[in-house]
Ligand binder design. Structure first.
Ligand code: ADP
Length: 258
């Protein structure tokens, strides 16, 4: 993997954070929607990002991924300025409402195959590439659906297909923005089981999730956001802290939201 993905830009020393934000501020207008954000995510961590609606979670994620550029401060991915990072390689991003509407009526295997494109250039996929594709399908439990069109999949199955595409691309960092919105309860449980497996395999996971229970059950570290960071630390400490009440205003609002 290293030999395929190494470019002169990549800084692959072990202590290089997967994600690094240093004193980041950003606003769509003159008013910042996130500010004073400094944090680092180490390779292999499983982070949950929580906060009320409109607290800047999606914005923070886009800043992390270099899809937005900070007005102030800096954002780095694997040691590289985030906006310069080739996200086609080491990163899988599953956006909110990963919908079928924009997808071509192609099969699951063809979607997953796309994950290999950064590795094969304009060439054909080799037998080894196809083996990676099949392994990715197997990891997410979608082998039986490989020839199904993505437009025919349920929300949960589609999520898996997108994760498999990222795995086929040898992604080291998976970023999810409210991945289980519109996904049935059984598939949600299976989805979180899959994330646990991927995390155990050493993949870095960043999860924006409105379901606080899912975050506190699965993530090992919580970032609680409301324009500024209200908490950043181990999940157990978060559960015992008053960060939620501070970020959400009142705890009743949180319970009501559920
Ligand atoms: P969250 O993901 O926590 O719900 P967002 O990052 O989506 O929060 O939004 C933070 C704030 O920025 C909100 O006030 C939202 O209305 C605003 N916002 C988000 N996207 C845009 C945009 N493209 N243009 C202008 N304002 C935006």
């Amino acid at each position: 993997m290293e030999e395929l993905r190494m470019t002169p830009h990549h800084d692959n020393t072990a202590d290089t954070p997967a994600i690094e934000l240093a004193d980041v501020a950003f606003g769509y207008t003159a008013t910042p929607v996130v500010e004073d954000i400094s944090l680092a995510v180490s390779p292999g961590e499983y982070i949950g990002v929580v906060g009320p609606n409109g607290s800047g979670k999606s914005t923070l994620m886009k800043l992390m991924l270099g899809l937005l550029r900070p007005d102030r401060g800096r954002a780095r991915l694997f040691g590289v300025p985030a906006h310069q990072f080739d996200t086609g390689s080491r990163i899988g991003y599953v956006a909110q409402h990963a919908s079928a509407s924009k997808e071509m009526p192609i099969t699951v295997r063809e979607v997953v195959k796309m994950g290999r494109f950064p590795h094969v250039g304009f060439g054909q996929l080799s037998a080894d590439d196809w083996a990676v594709v099949d392994e990715a399908l197997d990891t997410v439990g979608m082998s039986a659906f490989a020839d199904r069109r993505v437009t025919e999949l349920s929300g949960g199955q589609r999520q898996r297909a997108f994760i498999a595409r990222a795995l086929a691309g040898e992604a080291e960092l998976l970023v999810f923005d409210e991945p289980t919105v519109g996904v049935d309860i059984e598939s949600v449980a299976a989805f979180y089981d899959l994330l646990d497996v991927l995390h155990d395999d050493g993949i870095t996971v960043v999860l924006i999730e409105h379901d606080l229970g899912a975050v506190t059950e699965h993530a090992e570290r919580v970032i609680c956001l409301n324009r500024e960071l209200h908490f950043d630390g181990p999940t157990a400490e978060f559960v015992d802290s008053d960060a939620l009440a501070r970020a959400f205003g009142t705890t009743t609002a949180v319970l009501g939201d559920d």
